[in-house]
Design a protein around this ligand. Structure first.
Ligand SMILES: NC(=O)c1ccc[n+]([C@@H]2O[C@H](COP(=O)([O-])OP(=O)(O)OC[C@H]3O[C@@H](n4cnc5c(N)ncnc54)[C@H](O)[C@@H]3O)[C@@H](O)[C@H]2O)c1
Length: 271
């Protein structure tokens, strides 16, 4: 069911790789709610071609940008503003990549050059996006920026590896830039801390199957799906959440505040 929550709003969606991506589902949901969109991803991801299906479905242009490249970001915002004929009302940052995870290096043996790249792509990229918008005055008054994160920023999940540090930095950038952009233009910046979800990035984490089943058992409402995450992002892009900023918002079926559940106790019982 659609509520027209984003009627007249214009947004940029980063990170739709394939139909499992959280960004993909969010783009579909924003379109249903009346938003106009620009889709963007790294040039290497665009070469897969999947995104063109989404572009057709949501009637949006696709503009390539590597989030670690300031020229790409400038071009993205320039072309988006030209396409919309004005400023931008919301941005979804749905980007994550760990070189050390990909190359099978454990946390205690990470390669620091790869680590720098991971932090740049997965965390400082939010600063780069906000900084580009700031310098170009690209965001409208009261605009909303949402980035996706995971609870490994607060609690240890060993196989999440260096991405835990990346998410902690991402959440810190959210608060710090959120302060400045709030004062300057009432722009809101928040992170959504999502349940484990079967996507390309998610499934890259070692032992993901055990991990997602455990989270399901530890969440009173069960794991939140990518579709449900999309719905939550829509509320954050809407005018109904105008006064919410600099927050890390858990969208995890209650996992973050649950000590233990009966199914987990039962699975541990010796008799
Ligand atoms: N899947 C999960 O379990 C889960 C849980 C919590 C949070 N998240 C977060 O959600 C976000 C989206 O991930 P997803 O699970 O939908 O997986 P995904 O693999 O579909 O999306 C990750 C995206 O990052 C993009 N990306 C990587 N490097 C880039 C670069 N240099 N420039 C621009 N884009 C680049 C990829 O092309 C891809 O589209 C990530 O921040 C992820 O950490 C995922």
């Amino acid at each position: 069911m659609a509520y027209n929550l984003l009627k007249g709003k214009k947004g940029i969606i980063f990170g739709a790789l394939d139909e499992n991506s959280i960004a993909w589902k969010t783009a579909l949901r924003c379109h249903e709610e009346g938003a106009q969109l620009v889709l963007t991803n790294a040039p290497v991801a665009l070469r897969m071609g999947e995104i063109n299906k989404l572009a057709e479905a949501v009637k949006a242009p696709v503009i390539g940008a590597d989030v670690t490249n300031m020229d790409d970001l400038k071009k993205l915002f320039e072309e988006s503003m030209k396409h919309f004929g004005g400023g931008i009302d919301f941005v979804l940052h749905s980007i994550g990549m760990s070189l050390n995870v990909r190359k099978g290096k454990s946390y205690t043996e990470i390669d620091y050059e790869w680590n720098k790249k991971t932090l740049d792509i997965s965390a400082m990229s939010l600063h780069r996006v906000l900084r580009t918008a700031w310098d170009m005055d690209a965001l409208n008054e009261g605009a909303s920026v949402v980035a996706l994160t995971y609870i490994a920023a607060q609690r240890v999940f060993p196989d999440y590896n260096e991405m835990a540090d990346a998410k902690a930095l991402l959440e810190s950038v959210t608060r710090s830039f959120g302060y400045y952009y709030g004062v300057k233009k009432k722009v809101r910046v928040n992170t959504v801390s999502q349940s484990p979800t079967r996507t390309t990035a998610g499934s890259g984490v070692k032992g993901f199957d055990g991990f997602i089943n455990y989270a399901e058992k530890m969440s009173p409402l069960g794991n939140a799906s990518a579709d449900e995450c999309a719905g939550y992002c829509v509320t954050l892009f809407s005018d109904l959440t105008k006064m919410v900023t600099m927050q890390n918002l858990f969208h995890d079926g209650g996992f973050s505040f649950t000590g233990v559940t009966e199914p987990v106790i039962n699975s541990m019982a010796t008799k």
